[in-house]
Design a protein around this ligand. Sequence first.
Ligand SMILES: [Fe+2]
Ligand SMILES: [Fe+2]
Length: 167
Amino acid sequence: MEKALNDQVVAEFDSAYLYLSMAAWAEVNGLKGAANWLRIQFQEEQAHGLHFYDYIKDRGGKVKLMGITAPEHEWKDLLSLFEAVKEHERKVTERINKLYSQSLDIKDHATSAFLHWFVTEQVEEEKNVQDVIDQLKMIGRDGSGLYMLDKELATRVFVAPTFGVQP
Ligand SMILES: [Fe+2]
Ligand SMILES: [Fe+2]
């Protein structure tokens, strides 16, 4: 379990780095609002990574950081970028579900309880991305629509995750 949790620390920082790369793409392509949205994802993923880090430490385990992967740098347009986000988050959901199943198999109840927040969070993550994809599909090639959506994405603010109320 400790090994799998350590792998998840890396996976969360991989996610963070991917979102930062996407933000850089948005920045260069004049999509300031999308860049803001993606930079907030970057911050959230780092918070997730740290939460796993703290949990390993709190359970008396050893945190072993490993290399993160170089992310992609190019996307065809904002819709393809958000479709890549969706695909990525689906893979993350699979990872989290696997971790959860593993904790149940070995009756590691504390880890199951810890992972519960992430199981719920993934539902939210996939929904948020789908909302943006739906809007982008509606907009199609309409430049003013994209302009309006970008303005909306610019209003997102980072709120540090609370990971549920601790006892
Ligand atoms: Fe995450
Ligand atoms: Fe995520």
